[in-house]
Design a protein around this ligand. Structure first.
Ligand code: NAG
Ligand code: NAG
Ligand code: NAG
Length: 336
């Protein structure tokens, strides 16, 4: 087994080779205290045999890391140019679940950038105030990461509100509970909002590992209004390509595929090159008996607009009902 010291050497060497390119082999900026992690035992998150002392080196307690994606057919803001990408699922987020599948949320209200907190009141009664300041997209722009902003605008798509609202939501609800993004991990050189940019980079890296549309298409599974697929067909295709069966979420009484969650334990910080994919601890909420539809994008704007209100009402009600019933005991997760 590689020691962390040799792993670091490899990563650093790769960084020198690839320089500032966007290769996933560059040292992620999410390793602000890489040197400080040399003395930590090399272990997958949730699999440590001794206490993890430096929580900047491994997500703790949120070591069950989920890369979550959506399949949608509309954004609701098409007329403002907020479109879905062609031939790709979209990003939901990168979530730090506890090792037992429960999870924390909004862990640092000094980094609350969510304009519409959900939930607005935490289980312990803490109120999460709505963010009124500039969107997180302006933070990314301040770091001159227009490449990152471009990618996010293409693949990290909100429904019914601007994309940046969703990005701020995902950061404040989830990344503030991912210990490796703690401000304290950056030490005295911390630049304001660096953690936000680093989290977004990590989300993109993880998303790129799972081109769900292509993974399914390579097994002949493509969105269609007519052809349906069995849950087993979907699970088999994804397991063949990723090594594990992810969580599959459906709407419309468990008949229309809408979500996928890929589970991992991670080595070191939240990095895709060093992960172990895991089967979900949740059952798919897609119906096992019926065949499943993967709706194709509605191409006719007039039909789309007429159906929009109806569809959004039905799906939100049913996603919540279905999802609740399949989570691990004592776990309840809002749709986002
Ligand atoms: C793993 O590390 C966490 C965080 O420090 C700690 O709570 C847990 O007890 C550790 N597990 C073992 C088996 O020591
Ligand atoms: C969902 O299933 C229930 C029970 O079979 C049924 O009563 C209900 O009408 C269904 N709803 C939709 C939207 O299909
Ligand atoms: C799917 O159904 C919608 C709504 O009826 C329709 O507008 C669209 O053209 C259909 N797409 C395909 C590929 O058949």
């Amino acid at each position: 087994m590689a020691t962390l010291a040799s792993l670091v050497v490899v990563l650093v060497a790769s960084a020198n080779v690839f320089g500032a390119s966007q290769s996933i082999f560059t040292v992620p900026k999410t390793f602000p205290k890489l040197q400080g992690c040399l003395t930590e035992p090399l272990t997958y998150s949730c699999e440590n045999t001794t206490t993890i002392k430096d929580t900047c080196c491994s997500p703790t307690p949120g070591g069950l890391v989920l890369q979550t994606q959506f399949w949608s057919t509309y954004t609701g803001l098409e007329r403002k140019g907020q479109l879905l990408p062609k031939g790709s699922w979209t990003i939901h987020g990168l979530w730090p679940d506890n090792c037992d599948g429960s999870f924390e949320q909004y862990c640092d209200l000094s980094r609350q950038f969510d304009p519409a907190p959900s939930p607005a009141i935490l289980p312990d009664g803490t109120v999460v105030p709505a963010h009124k300041g500039p969107g997180v997209d302006t933070f990314v722009a301040e770091f001159k990461r227009l490449d990152l902003l471009d990618y996010m605008s293409k693949y990290w798509i909100n429904q019914g509100a601007p994309n940046a609202d969703f990005w701020g939501h995902e950061f404040s609800k989830h990344a503030t509970c991912t210990s490796t993004f703690d401000v304290a991990c950056y030490g005295p050189d911390y630049k304001k909002h660096q953690d936000v940019v680093d989290f977004f980079d990590a989300v993109i890296r993880a998303f790129k590992m799972y081109p769900t549309f292509d993974l399914l298409a390579s097994a002949g599974i493509i969105p269609s209004n007519r052809t349906t697929y069995t849950l087993t067909q979907l699970q088999t295709a994804l397991k063949a390509q990723t090594g594990s069966i992810p969580f599959l979420g459906c709407g419309f009484n468990g008949t229309v595929l809408q979500e996928v969650w890929y589970f991992h334990h991670v080595l070191g910080s939240v990095s895709p090159s060093t992960h172990m994919s895991l089967a979900t601890c949740f059952n798919a909420c897609c119906n096992r008996r019926n065949n499943l539809a993967i709706s194709s994008l509605w191409t006719q704007p007039r039909i789309r607009r007429a159906l929009l209100l109806l569809v959004s009402t039905i799906t939100s009600a049913h996603i919540r009902r279905n999802v609740k019933s399949v989570f691990c005991p004592d776990v309840d997760r809002n749709a986002m």
